[in-house]
Each structure stands twice: as structure tokens, then as C-alpha cells.
Design a protein around this ligand. Structure first.
Ligand code: B16
Ligand code: MG
Length: 219
């Protein structure tokens, strides 16, 4: 049996992608850069500064910006994002996730959060889920974001658990890459077209059933 399950936040526990999109869009408009929802797919699971770089690359001003100017832009986006997520409450937990966390806890298997978001602890508090978690990866401490395995290995290391005894749950292709290269068992939620490289995949969060995941582990 696994000893640790590491959950992604955005797209697995709650859907903050729309709020990230609206906040980036507002910033991009101020810079005269246009981008759409389809481009936003590429930003899922990608860190704040890496997301900014990808957006700036759509415009012409990217090369001329200093590190300070980029930090100011990223901070401005986060301000817009924080305003938008004010309204998040337990009603925003994705279907099936609270039952999954309950079953996970009852089975005595440790629970960690492996999110690229520096706002993750704040969002878990708003969802009233913080008590489930034995460890929350601090995105500020992670030097290489997904698809690098660091986000996931960081959680296992902190709890002293071998990677082969861990499961990671993700909605983003970069996240599944990170779990696989950590040597963990990857569970994905979403489309086969993006997530075919996961060890086990379901279409929707309500299909993330604890017993099914345990049965597939290393099979
Ligand atoms: P923040 P996850 C990721 O969350 C989001 O998918 C991604 O769009 C965002 O840029 C990143 O967190 C950083 O978020 O600006 O709040 O630090 O999927 O890794 O839970
Ligand atoms: Mg995600």
C-alpha cells in the first residue's frame, strides 16, 4: 500500500484556473497583450514567474524588462488574483474530493499538498481543508517548478517516505511529468489527449475513488 498521497491544488481540489486566467488577462490588457483561454491551458501548473515569461513572450516588450519590472508585474497580477479569490468557500471544492480525503485519512495514509501556488495555504484555509494535510509544499522553497519533480520529492523528503511508496494526483501534463520523473505513481484527472502518460487516469474528479486508486497502485 502507498504511504503518502500528494495532491495538486488547482484543477484537483478546486478550480482556481479561471481566476488565474482573469487576473493574467487584466494584466496583459494593461500591457497591450491579448491572450485567450486556449493559451491559458499552457499556464496550468506553471509557476507565477514562468507564467509571466510566457505571457510577455506573446508581446514585444519582453526582452526589455528588468527583473524588478517583472517582479512588479507578477505582484500586480497576484493582487488581482487575491481580489478574485476572496469569494472562495467550501462550496468550491471539486466533486468527490472531500470523500477522497476522508477515505485517505481513515486508511492512515499521509496526505500532502504539491502545488506550485504560493497562495495554496490561504486557499486551503478558505476551503476549510487545512486539517487534512500532514504537509504543504512551500512553493517559495521550490527552485524548479513542474515538470521538474522537486515539488513532489520535497513533500516525500519532508515526511521521510520513499518515492516508490508515493502517489501524486494531477490535472496538468507538466504535473504528471513531475510525478513520473520523481519515480512515483501518477494519477491524472482530465483528458486522455493531454494526460495519456499517467499511470492511471480518470475523466472527472468524482471518478477519483480512493479504493480504485489503491487497487491500481503499482499494478
Ligand atoms: P500563484 P497548481 C498552479 O497551481 C496554477 O495551476 C498555475 O496557473 C499558477 O501560476 C501557479 O499555481 C502559481 O500560483 O501565483 O498563486 O503562486 O496546479 O500547482 O496547484
Ligand atoms: Mg493543477
Amino acid at each position: 500500500a502507498p504511504q503518502l498521497i500528494i495532491y495538486d491544488l488547482d484543477g484537483v481540489i478546486t478550480d482556481t484556473a479561471e481566476f488565474h486566467f482573469l487576473a493574467w488577462k487584466k494584466l496583459a490588457e494593461e500591457l497591450g497583450i491579448t491572450f485567450d483561454r486556449q493559451f491559458n491551458e499552457q499556464l496550468k501548473g506553471i509557476s507565477r514567474m514562468d507564467s509571466l515569461d510566457r505571457i510577455l513572450a506573446l508581446g514585444e516588450s519582453a526582452a526589455s524588462l528588468s527583473a524588478e519590472e517583472k517582479l512588479e508585474l507578477a505582484t500586480r497580477k497576484n493582487g488581482y488574483y487575491l481580489e478574485l479569490i476572496e469569494e472562495i468557500n467550501p462550496g468550491h471544492i471539486l466533486p468527490g474530493i472531500e470523500a477522497l480525503l476522508d477515505d485517505n485519512k481513515q486508511a492512515g495514509i499521509k496526505i500532502a499538498l504539491g502545488s506550485a501556488s504560493k497562495n495554496a495555504p490561504h486557499i486551503l484555509d478558505k476551503l476549510e481543508l487545512s486539517d487534512y494535510f500532514d504537509y504543504i509544499v512551500d512553493a517559495a522553497q521550490v527552485t524548479k517548478g513542474k515538470p521538474d519533480p522537486e515539488t513532489f520529492t520535497n513533500a516525500a523528503d519532508a515526511l521521510g517516505i520513499a518515492y516508490e511508496n508515493c502517489i501524486g494526483i494531477e490535472d496538468a501534463a507538466a504535473g504528471v511529468d513531475a510525478i513520473n520523473s520523481a519515480g512515483m505513481f501518477s494519477v491524472a484527472v482530465g483528458e486522455q489527449a493531454h494526460l495519456g502518460h499517467a499511470h492511471y487516469r480518470v475523466d472527472h474528479t468524482q471518478d477519483l475513488v480512493f479504493q480504485d486508486i489503491i487497487e491500481r497502485f503499482h499494478n
